[in-house]
Design a protein around this ligand. Structure first.
Ligand code: SF4
Length: 215
């Protein structure tokens, strides 16, 4: 297939004088991979340029695709609850995804999440890199395996290394935890309660990093 951009990634579309607004506008017309044909619209990150924390998920879900905004569905609400429990001010948090279009497969009348492949992640990563460069968050939180591996390398295992603070070329302090949607998929209430507790424990590490930086 012919390359859609010279590099085959979104890198060619980053404005020469990037601001969050300019990058968002450019991303709205991105066709650097085939996912633009499947999603309703580009779902760019959201939050203040001065945000201290950046939360990075895998990709927008069904609700986010329709709304054009990240983390507005059930997983986003659970994330908000977790942040509140950890004492992290939601206004200090920028939320975004590694891949900016919703990848889905039809199942009856429903659109079911499909995992983005390595080429789609590579094509989309320049948008996240631009967001990181502009927001310069003190802490980046990778939510789930796709985000963790995009930020920290293929060998990173969320199941073994969640809650640990590591550094990456993209940010000085990075921590990975599960994606809130995985908590929603827990098989029963007790598991869901336990998983939520572990999620808040990981977010407590983020809160401690922020307190230390502000001291
Ligand atoms: S998923 Fe990313 S790279 Fe692909 S078309 Fe959408 S914004 Fe562009």
């Amino acid at each position: 297939m012919a390359k859609r951009t010279a590099t085959g990634t979104a890198a060619d579309l980053i404005p020469s004088r990037p601001t969050l607004a300019a990058v968002r506008e450019s991303a709205a017309g991105c066709k650097a991979c085939d996912l633009w044909t499947r999603g309703t619209q580009t779902v760019f990150g959201e939050g203040r340029a001065s945000s201290r924390v950046m939360m990075v998920g895998e990709q927008p879900g069904n609700d986010e695709d329709l709304a054009g905004r990240p983390f507005v569905g059930p997983a986003g609400k659970l994330l908000d609850r977790g942040l509140e429990a950890a004492g992290i001010d939601r206004r200090d948090v920028y939320v975004t995804n590694v891949v900016k279009h919703f990848k889905w497969e039809p199942k009856g009348k429903r659109r079911i999440h499909a995992k983005p492949n390595a080429g789609e992640i590579r094509a989309c990563l320049p948008w996240l890199e631009a967001e990181l460069a502009l927001v310069k968050p003190e802490v980046v939180v990778a939510l789930g395996a796709t985000a963790a591996q995009a930020l920290l390398g293929k060998s990173f295992r969320v199941s073994q290394q969640r809650g640990q603070v590591v550094s990456s070329p993209l940010a000085r302090q990075v921590l990975a935890t599960v994606h809130p949607s995985s908590i929603l998929r827990s098989p029963d209430d007790e598991t869901r309660r336990r998983e939520m507790e572990r999620f808040v424990e990981d977010l407590n590490v983020v809160a401690a990093l922020l307190r230390r930086a502000a001291a």
